[in-house]
Design a protein around this ligand. Sequence first.
Ligand code: BG6
Length: 488
Amino acid sequence: MNQELSTSIIIFGASGDLTQRKLIPSLLNLFIKGRMPQAFQIIGFAGSEFTDEHFREHLLEGAKKFAAFEFSDDEWDSFAPRLRYQQGKYADAADYKKLNDMLAGVEGGAANRIYYMALPPTLFPAIIDNLDSTGQLHENGGWRRVILEKPFGTNLASAVKLNQQVHKALNENQIYRIDHYLGKETVQNILFTRFANTIFEPIWNRNYIDHVQITVAEKVGLEHRAGFYDGVGILRDMFQNHLLQLLTLVAMEPPASFNASHLRNEKVKVLSAIKPMTPEQVTVNSVRAQYRGYREEPEVKRNSTTATYAALRLFINNWRWHGVPFYLRSGKKLAEKQSQIIINFKEPPLAMFPMQTMKSNMLVLYLQPDEGVHLRFEAKAPDTVAETRSVDMEFHYAEAFGQTAIPEAYERLLLDALQGDASLFTRADEVETAWSLIDPILQTWETHQTPPLAVYRPNSWGPTEADSLLARDGRWWMQNEATTMLND
Ligand code: BG6
């Protein structure tokens, strides 16, 4: 619909990091690949002073520094005239009128518009209200869409309120809530592994799978974000969105089709099948920890109890997964940047071979870095009578598709929003259901300070308490095993 109309992408918070690092490089690459609409313009809106020229220079500098692809001067020179800047205050309706007048001038008639909120969620309602009151959300000939950056609220109540506020001016099908993990190729590939093949799905259930481990480990600490991070912490920053999204993709039923509402219905079903924890369950099934030295970081409160690491043990109460633990963990300042999902299968029912070491098969989805999929199974060690050894069947993206095959997550998400496909964005009920699982954990942590806040060494794999969480069940974090083997 209306693809032939001119399209405006208006970025609120355009002077910030995200625009320079991710949004503009992604739009530039889409432009180079010929995937942008024929007629389009990108308008930055923020409080800082910029002329158009100055704004373009600032973005070029960012693109040179952060784009993971090469581009020529010619390519930039044909892209740059599409970039403009409008200075304004987010709370001032008069500035929105100026914006609208400026847009009307460049669009020259009916046009499509995407408003991108690249700023904190507390500002969304005021911006949306102002856009609404100046008639800019009205679909007169062209469509109107709004992309909302994360975090979407800080708890269930604030997310519900935010949904109500944005729904006053917009229909749900105009809203695109970002979770950039959903734009990652390897995350999209979870569904392809499961549903574009026949060999995995028949065993993808409690009859064959012993447990699932989801790890999103970061080597970086707070960088320049301490002011934002302290008081937010790992559960709000990583679990409510990224880790729970990964869990839904691993655990969901096959959707009726690959469209946004069918996909999102299945994701909501998975989240709804997890029971929110009682405080007693939180104490037993969660680990919260802070890296040593966190309280000495600039802008962090000296008595902060903000967790920079968490581990959870969750159960999905449905026929497919009943009794199968899902162990989730994520943390800052860990030994390595590594995100992976391990599907750990059950051990064979008996050891048939005299020298057999009992090992379970493992399917490992390596999300980043070294993107790929590995299948671990047992083989007879050559030149032994009957010894077994674990071996790996490996698929690496770089080998199969070439080094540069994986685009930036934002590239895909921006393209989908331009094309009106919301499959890789989260729906209102999905975000709220995710919060309903995280809220009781946060409340127990913050109000009762239980379980006690553990401390871990920077550059380690996290606190020993996280090992105990699995050891109680007779299990261990598989990645630690792999890393230890590498370091031996
Ligand atoms: C963001 C979090 O959503 O994801 C950051 O706010 C985190 O704290 C980042 O560092 C991790 O993303 P990626 O793509 O580097 O795994």
